[in-house]
Design a protein around this ligand. Structure first.
Ligand SMILES: Cc1cc2nc3c(=O)[nH]c(=O)nc-3n(C[C@H](O)[C@H](O)[C@H](O)COP(=O)(O)O)c2cc1C
Length: 414
């Protein structure tokens, strides 16, 4: 029986002449596969090529806007003009599949290490380490460094325009620098950038305004500006839903084309107030202008879930799929072809190559992201002991060097 899902219909943005082929979006997912200097690699192009023929819009993984904004090894850089040729290949690879290409841009703030920054101390709104687990204490950015960071976001946007992207997404979510300025946990400043909720939101809004001016000045075709937000933080003090709704209202005064909520579960209710039964997306819809494009991500897998998300009173406009598109690059095509029974919902470690999953992403998925990622048992990998895999991989790739061997090698080269 052919099911006609509404999420497969076209969508045209009201303010900009951009039409999307359906309502499914590839959520940003870091591959950790860029070259050492942050240039786009062939592995990345291959991965995106395989996933650009179904979703209407592909949001790339977070690209760092300046060197101190680098969050992990193998991240994409948009911090220099010499990255434009690689970024151009990335944009055209995505577009050749039929999807709109959006570059997500960010700075990691305190969510990085001195090692990843090659000796530089991580920076943030304040000298406040992330409260859970062991993390480095960052250095508070000075006023002029804050102005420079805002400028770096603008320069990154200009590079995305020159590289031929269809838009950028500001990564204001997932605990990175933009969120760190907004959070009362990481922002303990008492100058114009912190102290009250109005001052904590100044950094994110200043970046958005500056980036919007850059688009106005340099884009010669419709170029989307999106903002990704995590509505709540679990810690106290931490961002509350009320704070985030207030931020979103302010954002609406700027030429933003969509808002993207990074949720654990698309249908979730507020987690700071467990007694509240109203969905987070319903709160947003109530304060956004009617029909304002709202993307929701979080545990979306099955076509009927996506349909119900978008049908559910029209709160969400688009569904963003993260892990499901890693597992199933042809998700949209299979739905369109009435081939739903063939959709993969679990990751088979023997399919990594077939799915174009780069080696570092493979390792990460089987360790850090193992919880909440269904993995099949048809390979040597023991799903009950993911750390076995990690240990094995580390030993294979980073065998400690015997110092006596080093001496021998040195002698030989003499
Ligand atoms: C491997 C991996 C990498 C991710 N990288 C990013 C990223 O670069 N930027 C971002 O905003 N979110 C990132 N996310 C979060 C996803 O965009 C998404 O919000 C999250 O996975 C929840 O959606 P899902 O349940 O459909 O996977 C990543 C998630 C995964 C699993």
């Amino acid at each position: 029986m052919q099911i006609n899902y509404d999420f497969l219909d076209n969508y045209t943005f009201k303010n900009k002449a951009v039409t999307l082929g359906n309502h499914v979006i590839m959520a940003p997912t870091t591959l950790r596969a860029s070259l050492a200097d942050g240039s786009v690699s062939d592995n990345e192009l291959n991965y995106y090529r395989m996933r650009a023929q179904g979703p209407a819009m592909v949001i790339t993984e977070a690209a760092y806007v300046n060197d101190v904004g680098r969050g992990w090894e193998g991240g994409i850089s948009v911090s220099d003009d010499d990255k434009i040729p690689g970024l151009r290949r990335l944009a055209s690879t995505i577009q050749s599949g039929g999807a709109k290409a959006i570059l997500q841009i960010f700075a990691a703030g305190r969510q990085t290490t001195t090692e990843i920054l090659r000796g530089q101390q991580p920076v943030s709104a304040s000298s406040q380490a992330y409260p859970h687990g062991e993390h480095e204490i960052p250095r508070a950015l000075t006023h002029s460094e804050i102005s420079q960071t805002i400028e770096d976001f603008a320069q990154a946007t200009k590079r995305a325009i020159l590289a031929g992207f269809d838009g950028i997404e500001l990564h204001g979510a997932n605990l990175y620098l933009m969120q760190q300025f907004f959070s009362p946990d990481s922002n303990r400043r008492d100058d114009i950038w912190g102290g009250t909720v109005e001052k904590r939101r100044r950094f994110g809004l200043a970046i958005t305004a500056k980036v919007a001016q850059t688009i106005e000045k340099f884009a010669d075709k419709p170029f989307l500006l999106g903002y990704r937000q995590s509505p709540e933080e679990p810690m106290t003090p931490g961002i509350t839903l009320e704070d985030s709704l207030g931020f979103a209202e302010k954002l609406m005064a700027l030429p933003v084309d969509y808002l993207h909520l990074s949720l654990n579960d698309a249908f979730q209710t507020p987690f700071r107030d467990k007694s509240d039964t109203k969905k987070v997306m319903d709160y947003y819809r109530a304060i956004l202008p009617p029909d304002f494009p709202l993307i929701i991500a979080g545990l979306l897998k099955k076509p009927e879930q996506v349909e119900s998300l978008l049908d559910d009173g029209g709160e969400a406009t688009f569904a963003a799929l993260g892990r499901e598109l890693i597992i199933e690059p042809n998700w949209v095509q299979k739905v369109k072809n009435n081939d739903e029974l063939a959709i993969r919902y679990a990751l088979s470690p023997s399919d990594f190559e077939l799915l174009g999953i780069p080696k570092m992403l493979e390792k990460w998925l089987l360790t850090r992201f193992r919880n909440g990622l269904p993995v099949t048992t048809d390979s040597e990998f023991d799903p009950m002991q993911p750390w076995q895999y990690y240990k094995h991989a580390v030993i294979k790739t980073a065998k400690p060097i015997d110092p006596t061997q080093l001496m021998t090698l040195k002698k030989r080269s003499d």
